[in-house]
Structure formats: structure tokens, C-alpha cells
Design a protein. Structure first.
Length: 166
């Protein structure tokens, strides 16, 4: 899955890094950058937004991105970095396999906080039948998952989002 950098509301104080899609870009620039970003992960089956609190609120810009994803038969996972994101709903309207993040695992890198978020995610999965957690390859996150996940996940099958969507 491509973790696609998109413009946050607090840019440039918060910078998503290289390959970012900006609301100031026209359609041609967005499509060019998206194509370059997708080439970085050959064989990717889908995309989720990295940051993007400003970009994902812009229906016109998201339509450009999602139309390109649909043409490539890619799914979209909305990280929901803003409650006003149009990404998930728009993708569904366009017939694109889509989901939205349930829990961020590691906004706080303290082991207790990560474990709490993992427990929250698994409880939601037990209750709803599924849940999507987004985490990052921080040493704290990886350590907790490696050592504690087998005991925490009782009664829950952990699968990739690709298995859910695609």
C-alpha cells in the first residue's frame, strides 16, 4: 500500500515530505506527482493518505486522485486525519473499494499508550467484526506488537487491508 503524502492544514510547519500532493497543484501536476509516488511501490494494491488534513477536505482535488486510483484498480483507505475528509465517502460514491481508519496506534510513542490503542482496536474489531489500525514502523510500535500482540489478539484474525479490500 502506498502511504501517499498529502498537504496538511499546518503546512509548512508540518511537512509530509517528498512526493506531497498540494491543493495549489493543478490536475496535471497532481496526476504527475501521483504517478511518481505510485512508481515508488511497485505492485501496490491501494493507497492511504499520509497527513492530508487540508487536501482530503478538497472534493475537487480528491476527485482527481480517486479517479486515477479507480483507473488503476487501486483501493483507498482514508486515514481520517480530519473529520471533514471527503475521501472515504467520495471513493464509495465513485465505486472504489474504500475503508477508513478506526484507530491510530502510535500517535503517542509511550509503550502504555500504544498498548492501549492496540487494545482499543482489537475491542472494536470484536464488537464490529472488523477494524483498521494505522501504525508506523517506530521501534516502540514494532517492539510492542512483536512481544504483546499474540496475547492481546485472542479471538481476532489480523489481516492486511489488502485482504479486506482487494
Amino acid at each position: 500500500m502506498v502511504h501517499l503524502p498529502m498537504e496538511p492544514k499546518r503546512y509548512p510547519a508540518v511537512n509530509p515530505g517528498p512526493g506531497t500532493l498540494f491543493t495549489s497543484m493543478d490536475a496535471e501536476q497532481i496526476l504527475q506527482q501521483l504517478s511518481e509516488d505510485l512508481k515508488q511501490v511497485p505492485g501496490a494494491r491501494g493507497v492511504n493518505n499520509h497527513m492530508g488534513s487540508l487536501f482530503t477536505e478538497d472534493r475537487d482535488k480528491m476527485t482527481i486522485v480517486l479517479r486515477a486510483l479507480k483507473q488503476r484498480h487501486l483501493f483507498f483507505v482514508d486515514s481520517r486525519t480530519t473529520p471533514d475528509s471527503v475521501g472515504y465517502d467520495l471513493a464509495r460514491e465513485m465505486g472504489i473499494p474504500a475503508a477508513k481508519r478506526t484507530v491510530f496506534l502510535d500517535n503517542d510513542l509511550h509503550p502504555e499508550a500504544i498498548e492501549s490503542q492496540v487494545r482499543r482496536l482489537l475491542n472494536m474489531a470484536r464488537h464490529k467484526g472488523w477494524a483498521i489500525g494505522i501504525g508506523h514502523p517506530h521501534k516502540e510500535t514494532l517492539k510492542l506488537l512483536k512481544h504483546n500482540l499474540p496475547a492481546l489478539r485472542d479471538g481476532v484474525d489480523i489481516v492486511s487491508v489488502t485482504k479486506l479490500l482487494g
